[in-house]
Design a protein around this ligand. Structure first.
Ligand SMILES: [Mn+2]
Length: 430
């Protein structure tokens, strides 16, 4: 299989020509950090331990409701999706898990899939259920909602689906389920606002109570779309309320694109962290709505500030990975999806690195003394420092590529999978 091209020795070979320039850049970066009293080696250790899950649905070409322009070579099966994820992880060594979407990724034999994934050095992250669209042969329709529906038979079907996803997750070694609460209404008066929340709550309580003891439920809020007037769980406040009513194993998940324009997402992150209700992230970026475009392509400073809040909550370091679920949630309609995910991973890791080189005690002093200028200077000093050599060193140390996109292009992987898989699309699920 084409994966052989991306074996470690091939990547090491690709790295050779850029190695000496990288060493020079790294030494310079470490020197700069040293002058500021920051241990750059410790930063690299944290970066090398970091991993963000790749979503199975992002390997195909996404589209808009107006059209879709497949690139070719899209994975046709869950095995092919995992093969693409493995390529990404071999290049970055920072995407060690995959987040599956059910029923899009329903495996015939879960145990065989676990073995196959292991062979590719991949594990499974949070499972995603889907009650926002009707599947062929489905008895009840989700046209007017799922967990919030007025008809108990529809709610029961949605509850049963979520429990099926949890049971499958158990077989795959996942202990988390992300429930995107897409239910809502498109017109004022269509839905009893309070009743819809209460019905959603009773449905989630049933799922929560039947969840295995080691399982965590993530609630994913969103202000609008697919519904245009209101979503039942529209923001972090409703999400926090619901998660609190459910209990300690229910957490809030922050999808960066699921906020109204100009929302202060880093503040949302801080609040949820403080309340011990932050479960994890869906990383992406957006200009206007839930655009699901490449992380860091529009608001890299916001991404940095989100990581600054995580670092302030002492989520950085050892417990960082255990406490929070980091996932990319993207959809690409122009770029090669693999290149897009490489760029997103790079942006996320860079933001983490920038947050780690922030002089936190000096910032704390500036805040205490109401020295506004100095506070801003300190943030900018961290944000504008070129931390790319640290991120590259973390990749190199883990056996990844110094320049993931260059190595990916040199491998001709896309050309090979177009030959193998053809030019038809469909992997994005919709
Ligand atoms: Mn999401």
């Amino acid at each position: 299989m084409s994966l052989n091209l991306l074996a470690s020795d091939w990547i090491a070979d690709q790295n050779k020509s850029a190695l000496s320039a990288h060493q020079t850049d790294l030494e310079h970066a470490l020197e700069q950090l040293d002058r500021r009293g920051i241990d750059g080696r410790a930063v690299i250790d944290t970066l090398a331990a970091f991993s963000v899950a790749v979503p199975s649905w992002a390997l195909g070409t996404g589209g808009t409701r107006f059209g879709r322009f497949p690139l070719g070579g899209e994975p046709r099966t869950i095995e092919e999706k995992l093969a693409d994820c493995a390529v990404i992880n071999r290049l970055t060594r920072a995407n060690r898990t995959v987040s599956l979407h059910i029923p899009w990724d329903n495996p015939d034999d879960p145990q065989a899939l676990v073995e196959y994934a292991k062979g590719l050095e991949l594990g499974f992250d949070a499972m995603n259920s889907n009650t926002f669209q009707d599947q062929p042969g489905q008895v009840q329709s989700y046209k007017f909602g799922s967990l919030c529906h007025t008809d108990k038979a529809v709610r029961d079907q949605a509850i049963a689906h979520n429990l099926d996803v949890i049971a499958l997750g158990e077989k795959l070694g996942s202990d988390q389920i992300t429930i995107w609460l897409a239910d809502g209404s498109s017109f004022p008066g269509q839905m009893d606002i309070r009743g819809a929340f209460e019905r959603t709550e009773s449905s989630l309580v049933e799922i929560y109570q039947k969840m295995p003891g080691d399982y965590t439920m993530f609630l994913e809020h969103k202000p609008y779309e697919p519904a245009f007037y209101m979503t039942v769980i529209q923001d972090w406040g409703s999400s926090y309320l619901m998660a609190s009513r459910l209990g300690g194993r229910a957490q809030c998940l922050v999808d960066l694109g699921h906020h109204l324009p100009n929302s202060n997402i880093e503040q949302v992150v801080s609040r949820l962290l403080m309340a011990d209700k932050l479960g994890g992230f869906h990383f992406n970026d957006s200009k206007y709505g839930d655009d699901d475009i490449t992380t860091g392509s529009i608001k890299p400073y916001q991404l940095f500030l989100v990581f600054v809040e995580l670092a302030a909550g002492q989520q950085v370091g050892g417990p960082f990975q255990d406490k929070l679920a980091f996932m990319i949630d993207a959809s690409h309609n122009l770029k090669d999806p693999i290149e897009d995910l490489l760029q997103s991973t790079d942006a996320i890791t860079l933001a983490l690195a920038q947050s780690l080189v922030l002089n936190r005690s000096a910032l704390s002093d500036a805040q205490q003394n109401n020295d506004v200028t100095q506070a801003q200077e300190l943030l900018h000093a961290a944000y504008r420092l070129d931390v790319r050599p640290l991120v590259a060193e973390a990749r190199l140390r883990n056996g990844g590529a110094l320049s993931p996109i260059e190595a990916y292009r040199a491998s001709n992987y896309r050309r090979q999978i177009i030959e193998e898989r053809g030019t038809e699309g469909g992997a994005a699920g919709l």
